[in-house]
Design a protein around this ligand. Structure first.
Ligand code: NI
Length: 137
């Protein structure tokens, strides 16, 4: 029997953003994005859950060393986005609306490159306690 197992790591970061469509008026943006379109930005406390799946190595018993996974997330994701204004300070969201849907996809793409192809990856991002997204669906 294949012992496929899921490993989770939870991380946290703070970031500011503004959701808007550049061609729209402030009123149109407010209608679509509500408070998240505030032209002067606002912050969120994002919780990030990274799920890695695979078969434990027969020798080590690990799917992935969690301290390696944590350090990849720290260096590749948190160093880039923590305490940043996503719209102004990051290349990734200079012209991509920083919705939770887009942020989770960007984070997935970053982490996917760092993990062995044999491992599965799912990323979940909580923008608030009650609003969260997951990629891939
Ligand atoms: Ni917001």
């Amino acid at each position: 029997m294949e012992r496929k197992t899921a490993i989770f790591r939870r991380e946290h970061f703070n970031a500011a953003h503004r959701l808007f469509v550049p061609g729209w008026t402030d009123e149109q943006n407010f209608e679509k994005f509500g408070k998240c379109s505030n032209p002067h930005y606002h912050g969120h406390n994002y919780d990030l859950e990274v799920k890695v799946t695979g078969v434990p190595d027969p020798l080590t018993g690990y799917v992935i060393n969690l301290s390696d996974l944590s350090s990849i997330i720290q260096k590749k994701v948190l160093a880039k986005f923590d305490h940043k204004n996503l719209n102004l300070d990051t290349r990734e969201f200079a012209s991509l609306n920083p919705t939770a849907e887009n942020i989770v996809f960007v984070i997935y793409e970053i982490l996917r490159k760092e993990l062995d192809d044999s491992l599965g990856l799912t990323v979940r991002l909580y923008e608030t306690e009650r609003n969260f997204v997951e990629y891939p669906a």
